[in-house]
Design a protein around this ligand. Structure first.
Ligand code: EPZ
Length: 422
């Protein structure tokens, strides 16, 4: 079994570079299904979820070529139809995007139930609501989500999302870009990766306006052509390294970021007493004295990102005072708390709220990465804790972080990947 071993207590110093954003690359990879031309994608992170998505496309008949340095070409000219690899579909949440992409390409989609991090129920009722607004019929057949366009094909429609769901916004966009007529999405998600997907689709000839706002308009087009596109930097990976620097102390420049995407993370770190200096495409984080407690409420973008919740919980577990984190997006994103408690953190979870009483020091311990960002939180805690931390189930971390061990080693962390062969 692969494990991450960290000997804590060392300050971090130097430059660390951010890879392309996993949650932007995933919808863009599936969006390639919508055109029969070749697409070239740059700054694609080398993470498991991306590689699984590419394997699903190859199973469908796409030709994927990795030309190195994060550049891939995807040629979907000869797609044979829906994927048969439901075993891969069940391993990631982003496979839900196959519904919108297959519906947009073939007029029908049959996709198994997706997987991903376990935060309680993760329904797709808003996705279905969007497809039905385009005249499609949805149901479940033999364990597969089955969506089929109406007799005349998909036609534009209006949908109001009850929740500003990232996945639902993405899926409706994918289905609508070639639907007949105009589609509007009200209460749409505003995340940067929604804008990235819209930019990619518009580069392919789509007509999408309003991405990044709550109201997106799409005018259907006959056909999409291929394009070359560079994925935006990963704001959550960047935030994770910023919090790691604040936790371990020292001075770290996080490079290749879009500072505007990091505003809430930067604001909270400054509120806690860390130093954050902003450059054009970098943020330098420093910390010399003990940080102070703060309260955090996660919410849809531009609110504080839920995907930074566990990482800040680890940081607040060592802050001076009591902090409260209220989770505004998922039912249960607190599975990290039990693991941090093994490192002497004092975290009490009630409903959607965690009350964190800061300790002067955490202690290294054997812990388990129960989900992607919980795993990142354990790395952050291990970097600052006294003694050795051993993290198992690190495959969950490899789903969304490109070479996190190598990158942290490069700024002075005593961190390594082992395989004990068990
Ligand atoms: C995406 O998940 C991300 N995953 C998540 O990142 C991220 O936490 C989340 O957006 C919020 O930003 C990917 O991009 C692959 P939602 P998604 O639909 O699309 C409820 C990570 O760590 N909901 O915005 O599944 C849902 O249950 C991962 O990288 C419905 O009720 O998130 C949740 O409570 C974790 N019905 C809330 O909305 C629906 O039809 C937000 O979900 C859809 C969602």
């Amino acid at each position: 079994m692969k494990k991450i071993i960290i000997n804590g207590g060392r300050q971090l110093r130097g430059d660390i570079s951010v890879s392309g954003m996993k949650n932007a690359a995933l919808p863009i990879i599936f969006a390639c299904i919508l055109t029969e031309d070749k697409c070239t994608l740059e700054n694609v992170p080398d993470v498991t979820d991306v590689n699984l998505s590419l394997k699903i496309l190859e199973d469908m008949g796409a030709v994927v070529i990795r030309t190195g340095g994060g550049t891939i070409t995807v040629d979907t000219k000869k797609l044979a139809g829906q994927t048969s690899r439901q075993d891969l579909v069940s391993r990631l949440r982003a496979s839900t995007y196959l519904l919108g992409a297959e519906l947009g390409r073939f007029g029908e989609a049959k996709v198994g139930f997706s997987g991903g991090c376990d935060f309680g129920v993760r329904p797709i009722d808003q996705h279905i609501k969007g497809f039905e607004a385009l005249g499609a019929k949805a149901g479940v057949e033999s364990g597969l989500n089955h969506v089929v366009a109406g007799p005349g094909g998909l036609r534009g429609g209006s949908v109001y999302l009850d929740i500003a769901s990232v996945g639902a916004t993405i899926n409706v966009m994918l289905a609508a870009v070639k639907a007949e007529g105009r589609t509007t999405i009200d209460n749409a998600a505003r995340e940067p990766h929604i804008v990235d997907l819209a930019n990619f689709l518009n580069m392919c000839g789509a007509r999408i306006t309003g991405a990044g706002t709550s109201f997106i308009k799409i005018t259907g087009v006959e056909k999409l052509h291929g394009c070359s596109y560079t994925i935006i930097p990963d704001m959550i990976e960047a935030g994770t390294y910023m919090v790691a620097a604040a936790a371990a102390g020292g001075r770290v420049r996080v490079k290749g970021v879009i500072p505007k995407h990091m505003e809430t993370v930067t604001a909270k770190l400054i509120e806690m007493g860390a130093g954050v200096d902003e450059g054009d495409d970098c943020l330098t984080v420093s910390r010399s004295s003990r940080l102070s407690s703060v309260n955090i409420k996660t919410f849809f973008y531009p609110g504080f990102p839920t995907d930074m919740h566990p990482q800040f919980a680890a940081l607040l577990a060592m802050a001076d005072g009591t902090s409260i984190i209220t989770e505004g997006v998922f039912d249960n994103r607190f599975r990290y708390a039990d693991e941090l408690a093994k490192m002497n953190a004092d975290i009490n979870v009630a409903g959607r709220t965690a009350t964190i009483i800061g300790k002067k020091e955490l202690c290294g311990a054997p812990v388990t990465a129960v989900d992607l960002r919980a795993g990142a939180a354990l790395i952050i805690a291990g970097l600052a804790a006294s003694g050795m931390t051993e993290i198992s189930r690190i495959e969950t971390i490899e789903r969304g972080y490109d070479d996190i061990v190598g990158k942290l080693s490069g700024i002075g962390a005593d961190i390594r990947l082992i395989d004990d062969g068990l």
